[in-house]
Design a protein around this ligand. Structure first.
Ligand SMILES: *Cc1c(COP(=O)(O)O)cnc(C)c1O
Length: 387
């Protein structure tokens, strides 16, 4: 679905209005949940428009797609059953013998899918620190079809230069895909910087309420959207209508939520950086972040994701298990604050040697700072850290 006439409106206005219109029968202002698997056809081979079967087409899903395309400055978007299904579809455009250069510090499940599932089908993967453009260039081969990055990365908060990597990919005859889950479209729009695919685990900031698993890819080129729709129809990883409705509802407050996540994230990062029990804070909004300048250039805000190194696994456990408002849980991007130990949780599937090589230490704690009151969150962390 295209973004049509909402191009000129601001982000918050598009979040609320793009892709949705009052339902024509009753005027219901909210997009109906078309909870149906099939559609009655008035004559053989003549369905109502393109609505023939639920895996192929669903109006609730199409509203979500048009909305996200507008937020990511894309021509179209394709929604999937999960973030991993969305990333899988981007890679499944390729064939055996093709090659992908990818960030080594992606979401743990992405690395697991690449190395233990898709590599078995004959697609080659090279893992690099994509914040180093030269390292990416050195890994590109004649058969490279895709560069897949995540920026900021999970949980090391590395920043990759989207514009430079898009140029590099295009020179090599490849496409660039950016996992924008950590930033959200409010803070970063990779298609505007030259990327070909922007992918979200909409489970996180996009939906924002920790009640849906979903994924979505936005693209600047409608042909790519058609390819992805074909792959989804052919392989089956469709999101349900109810989940599309909930995600669309979540997006209506994305801009308001992200402003508060950004403010709370910055406040927590500053507090932690000044605390003697903390060795290192990784937050792109702090001048101490090695790529702070690049982050300022390509991001409008720095989110609520903050990683801290407290030195040892014991201290990481103590911090994560004794907070009152930060709940010990995987995932991120919901309104409530979460805290986790990546080496033991989200990144446990990444081999230990690879974790150590990239600096994902056992004492690293990842915070997803929610939108509660800043003072309560800081008091919570202070109480545990001061012990
Ligand atoms: C959670 C996450 C994924 C996977 O998404 P699911 O919706 O859990 O399948 C991919 N990338 C990033 C950055 C994530 O945080």
């Amino acid at each position: 679905m295209s973004r049509h006439d909402h191009d000129a409106a601001g982000f918050g206005t598009r979040a609320i209005h793009a892709g949705v219109a009052p339902e024509p029968v009753t005027g219901a202002i909210m997009t109906p949940i078309f909870q149906t698997s099939t559609y009655v056809q008035p004559a053989v081979g003549h369905p109502h428009g393109h609505y023939d079967y639920g895996r192929t087409a669903n109006p609730t899903r199409e509203a979500l797609e048009a909305n996200m395309a507008a937020l990511e400055s894309g021509a179209g978007a394709v929604a999937f059953a999960s973030g991993l299904a969305a990333i899988e579809a981007i890679v499944k455009r390729l064939s055996a013998g093709d090659h992908v250069v990818t960030e080594e510090n992606t979401y743990g499940g992405t690395t697991r899918m690449f190395s233990r599932v898709l590599a078995r089908l004959g697609i080659g993967f090279s893992y690099v620190d994509a914040s180093d453009v030269e390292a990416v260039r050195a890994a590109v081969r004649p058969e490279t079809q895709l560069i897949h990055i995540e920026t900021p990365t999970n949980p090391l908060m590395r920043i990759s230069d989207v514009g430079a990597l898009a140029a590099l990919a295009h020179d090599a005859g490849a496409l660039l895909s950016v996992d924008n889950t950590f930033a959200s479209p409010y803070n970063q729009r990779p298609l505007e910087l030259g990327a070909d695919f922007v992918v979200h685990s909409s489970t996180k900031y996009v939906n924002g309420h920790s009640d849906v698993i979903g994924g979505i890819v936005a693209v600047g080129d409608l042909e790519l959207a058609e390819e992805l729709s074909f792959l989804r129809k052919s392989t089956g990883a469709v999101p349900g209508p109810m989940d599309c409705f909930l995600t669309l509802r979540g997006i209506k407050t994305l801009h308001v939520r992200m402003r508060q996540h950004n403010a709370n994230g910055m406040a927590v990062a500053r507090f932690l950086e000044a605390h003697p029990a903390v060795d290192r804070v990784l937050y792109p909004g702090l001048p101490s972040h090695p790529q702070h300048e690049l982050a300022c250039r390509q991001m409008d805000g720095f989110t609520g994701m903050v990683s801290v190194d407290v030195g040892t696994i014991e201290r990481a456990r103590a911090l994560t298990e004794h907070c009152r408002w930060f709940a010990l849980a995987e995932s991120l991007g919901g309104v409530e604050s979460l805290i986790s130990v990546p080496a033991l949780m989200t990144h446990a599937s990444v081999p230990e040697e690879r974790r150590e090589a990239m600096g994902l230490t056992p004492g690293l704690v990842r915070l997803s700072v929610g939108i509660e009151d800043e003072a309560d969150l800081i008091e919570d962390l202070a109480r545990v850290l001061d012990r």
